[in-house]
Design a protein around this ligand. Structure first.
Ligand code: ADP
Ligand code: ADP
Length: 223
């Protein structure tokens, strides 16, 4: 369970991107819906410990995320909105390299990790191809594979379906739903359908404030 309490973020130029946000996020897929400029990325980056809030607290279970960011990072998988480095190395080699960076030093464990992830995201057949040549959907699935290295308990995906065709989108969202049964996954998006189809719980953020919170079937009518 992720607990966000009275979170406020004011940027240096005075923009109040988050204004007293409180949210309880249970295990499973949680949808954070909001228009562009709502504050979604600010909230996602703050949970991912990439920026500090002006005030407020975030707890993941017993862990104080703001006081002990390095502890959260050990159990965090983050797929940022602009995950955009598409190197000319193969998918296999890139994941292997990222597994080393995540501290998986045993060659056998790394091989198992990388092979399992490539199969899970359906990229096994193209594992030797350069990521630079992947389609949008393949890149997003690769992004999820790298976010899953080390079995994170908290996964954040920011605007993941932008630029995907309907088939790739469904494939990607179903993959998230499978993963999401046992961990906390936060899906941040401005697309109502992404949330309505898959998330048992959701919140609507606009102008830095939580406007609505509940089950999609109870809320969609009021959007
Ligand atoms: P912080 O409060 O986190 O220090 P700053 O206000 O100093 O952030 O801005 C950090 C960077 O983001 C700067 O390079 C700035 O130009 C850029 N930036 C400023 N306004 C916006 C905006 N509305 N959206 C995105 N980036 C912005
Ligand atoms: P969303 O992800 O929902 O589009 P953001 O968190 O990117 O929303 O932005 C929330 C608000 O904060 C917007 O008004 C945006 O222009 C502003 N903003 C984002 N980043 C910065 C920054 N670095 N400096 C100043 N303002 C920012």
């Amino acid at each position: 369970m992720l607990s966000i309490t009275n979170l406020t973020h004011i940027y240096a130029n005075g923009t109040r991107a988050l204004d007293d946000v409180s949210l309880e996020i249970p295990r499973g897929m949680f949808g954070l819906l909001g228009p562009n400029g709502a504050g979604k990325s600010t909230l996602m980056r703050t949970i991912a410990t990439l920026q500090s809030p002006s005030s407020g607290s975030i707890k993941f279970g017993e862990l104080d995320v703001i006081k002990e960011p390095e502890m959260l990072r050990r159990t965090l998988g983050y797929l940022p909105q602009d995950f955009g480095v598409y190197p000319r190395v193969s998918a296999y080699d890139m994941l292997d390299h990222m597994a080393i960076l995540k501290g998986i030093s045993s060659g056998k464990e790394r091989k198992d990790t990388v092979e399992t992830l490539l199969n899970q995201v359906n990229l096994w057949n193209v594992r030797k191809k350069a990521i630079a040549g992947f389609s949008g959907g393949m890149r997003q699935r690769f992004g999820i594979a790298q976010a899953l290295i080390g079995n994170p308990q908290l996964i954040i995906v920011d605007e993941p379906t932008a630029g995907l065709d309907p088939e790739e989108r469904n494939r990607f969202l179903n993959l998230l739903a499978e993963i999401g049964e046992n961990v906390v996954i936060i899906l941040s998006t401005h697309i109502v359908e992404d949330v309505a189809d898959l998330c048992p719980r959701m919140a609507v953020l606009a102008g830095g404030r939580i406007q609505l919170e509940g089950a999609p079937q109870d809320l969609i009518g009021s959007l």
